[in-house]
Write a protein that binds this ligand. Structure first.
Ligand code: ZN
Length: 300
C-alpha cells in the first residue's frame, strides 16, 4: 500500500507562529522537504495579511518555489484569494469550508452555508483556469464554539461539495478532538457518499490521538494524509490547540507497518532539526527525541 503525504508545514504549520519566519527561511524549509521526497505540499495561503501576517509573503514565496517534482497547494478562502493563487501559478487551490457557523465566522467571517458556497466558487475558478481545485471541511470532528459536530451534517456538506467535482475532499480535525473510532467512521461515511472523489484526512495532535487517527483513517480507506514537519501548527480560535500530526512520526508509523510513503525518514529528521533551530525551540514531534528504530543501516 502507498500513502501520499501532503506536507502542510509551510502553511498550517507556520501560520499561527507569532514570530514571522522570513521568506528565505521558508524556502530553505521547502528545499529540505523536497530533498526528503515530498511531492505535494501546502506551500502558503492567500488570505488577508492583516489577519494572518505570517502568510503576507504568499505571492513572493510562490514566485520562488522550485518547480518540477512537487505539486504546490495554495489555501484560499474567497474569490480574491483564488485570483491571487492562480496568478501566482500554484498547481492546486485548496478551498476551506467549515462544518459549523461558530468556527466559520471566527475563522473566515462566513457561516457554514456561506463557506460552502465560497468553496464551490473557488473549485469552479480553479477548474476554469485549468488547475486543480480541492476542498477541506474544517471542524469535521468538533467545534471550539459549538461542541460536537453531527456526522450527518459533515456528510451532507461533502455531498454538496462533490457536485462541483473537486479533486479531493479533506476532513479536518481542526482543534484535535477526534478519536480513532470516529475518524475511521467519518472517513468511511464520506467516502461512500462522494463516490469516486478521494478523501484526505487532516489531524491535529492536541489530545494525543492524532497519530492513532491517521492510522484509523488509513484503515478506513484514506490514501492521502496531511502532516507537518516537526508537528508544527495550531489554531488561534481553540484554546490549547496543538500542531498537526508530525510528518516524521507519521512516516515512521506507516513505513514500519509496511505502508510506503516515498519519503526519506533520515532527511525528514535532519530537516526537522533545522526547523527546530529556526523556530528556536523543541518541536512536538517524537521521533527525533528517541531516534528511528531500527537505527539507519547503511550498506557501505
Ligand atoms: Zn490544520
Amino acid at each position: 500500500m502507498q500513502i501520499e503525504i501532503v506536507e502542510v508545514g509551510p502553511r498550517d504549520g507556520l501560520q499561527n507562529e507569532p514570530t514571522i519566519v522570513s521568506t528565505a527561511a521558508k524556502l530553505d524549509l521547502v528545499a529540505d522537504l523536497l530533498a526528503a521526497g515530498v511531492t505535494r505540499m501546502e506551500a502558503t495561503s492567500f488570505v488577508n495579511p492583516r489577519r494572518v501576517p505570517q502568510m503576507a509573503d504568499a505571492d513572493m514565496l510562490s514566485a520562488s518555489l522550485p518547480r518540477g517534482a512537487c505539486r504546490y497547494i495554495g489555501l484560499v478562502l474567497n474569490g480574491r484569494g483564488a485570483e491571487r493563487a492562480l496568478e501566482a501559478g500554484l498547481d492546486e487551490l485548496g478551498a476551506v469550508c467549515v462544518a459549523t457557523d461558530g468556527l466559520g465566522i471566527a475563522n473566515q467571517g462566513q457561516n457554514s452555508e456561506e463557506s460552502v458556497a465560497s468553496a464551490l466558487a473557488i473549485i469552479a475558478a480553479a477548474q476554469a483556469a485549468g488547475r486543480t481545485g480541492q476542498v477541506t471541511i474544517a471542524a469535521s470532528f468538533g467545534c471550539p464554539y459549538e461542541g460536537e459536530v453531527d456526522e450527518g451534517r459533515v456528510v451532507a456538506i461533502a455531498e454538496r461539495l462533490a457536485e462541483a467535482r473537486p479533486s479531493e475532499i479533506a476532513l479536518a480535525d481542526t482543534i484535535g478532538v477526534a478519536v480513532p473510532k470516529a475518524a475511521g467512521r467519518l472517513v468511511r461515511r464520506v467516502a461512500e457518499a462522494v463516490g469516486p472523489i478521494p478523501v484526505r484526512a487532516h489531524f491535529h495532535d492536541t489530545r494525543n490521538t492524532g497519530i492513532a487517527n491517521v492510522w484509523a483513517a488509513v484503515e478506513a480507506g484514506a490514501r492521502t494524509i496531511d502532516a507537518s514537519l516537526g508537528g508544527l501548527g495550531g489554531c488561534p480560535f481553540a484554546k490549547g490547540a496543538a500542531g498537526n500530526v508530525a510528518t516524521e512520526d507519521v512516516v515512521y508509523m506507516l513505513e514500519r507497518s509496511g505502508v510506503r510513503t516515498g519519503l526519506d525518514l533520515d532527511a525528514l529528521l535532519a530537516a526537522s532539526e533545522r526547523l527546530s533551530a529556526v523556530m528556536g525551540r523543541a518541536l512536538p514531534a517524537m521521533l527525533g527525541r528517541a531516534g528511528r528504530f531500527p537505527a539507519t543501516t547503511s550498506r557501505s
